[in-house]
Ligand binder design. Sequence first.
Ligand SMILES: Cc1ncc(COP(=O)(O)O)c(C=O)c1O
Length: 306
Amino acid sequence: MPSYAFFHKQFVPLAEAKLEIMTHALHYGTAIFEGIRGNWNSKHQQIYLFRLKEHYERMQNGCQVMRINLPYTIDKLCQITIELIAKCGFQEDIYIRPFIYKSSQALGVRLHDLEADFLVFAIPWGRYLDTDKCKCSVSSWRRPDANVIPPQVKASGIYVNNALAKTEAVSNGFDEAIMLTPDGHVSEGSGENIFLVIDGKLVTPARYNNILVGITRNTAMELAQKELGIKTIERHIGRSELYTAEECFLTGTAAHITPVTEIDHYTIGNGEIGEITGRLQEIYSEVIRGNNPKYLEWCTPVYQKP
Ligand SMILES: Cc1ncc(COP(=O)(O)O)c(C=O)c1O
């Protein structure tokens, strides 16, 4: 199937979208990226883009911090994305990667006096964490403080931190890393937010715990409240609370809702997918595929129906 990218203000075959080697972002990580899911519904013969606008709103906030003038409105970015996916004609789950980067052919560490350009492409992508029951370890790599690199901004440069943590975890036989804040509180996974079930309530690190404020995190909180009547408490979480939680799961655009059944070789709950986690997973998977009419405003259909 031919695949396309939106690159240098036009749709081009993916294989022809090439960056030059002096591109500033390549050297200094001066770019903002997003990850958006397109979820295939075979009954509807439709791909639904999940919370498309919210992803571009987060990108716009990132641009503000990184001194990038986003060259398009959010509506235009949504429109470009829909057009790209329709052009590619996917009939499976996909992952969309919008990327806005300092595009000047220039060396020198800075954010000012540089051009920026926007690109987007998509690839077929099924499961991100390829397991039903994720085994995690607490990383020796700490999440940077907001005064080091703001973690709420999805800047490509900060992801060296995440990559160090992920590879350490995988090298040690785990599926995913859980990073702590510099002062030792639980922060997040390398590409996911984390939730615990404690006394039947959801508990998750707060914004001040150096997290990327996830769109899936917000989705899980809303669904838990509206569909299960379960509140989420956002607070500092101590490391040992990970080991004694009744349930644990990770949330992310790529990872969806992934149950965690083991952390640092401690079994979480009874080592199986927890009851609340399982119910949330089921509700979420219907919502993202456009099967729940209550949440259709979160789902943007790509294909025009006759
Ligand atoms: C570090 C980090 N935390 C959390 C998340 C989850 O965010 P979202 O649910 O918006 O994908 C991601 C993924 O984008 C991430 O990279």
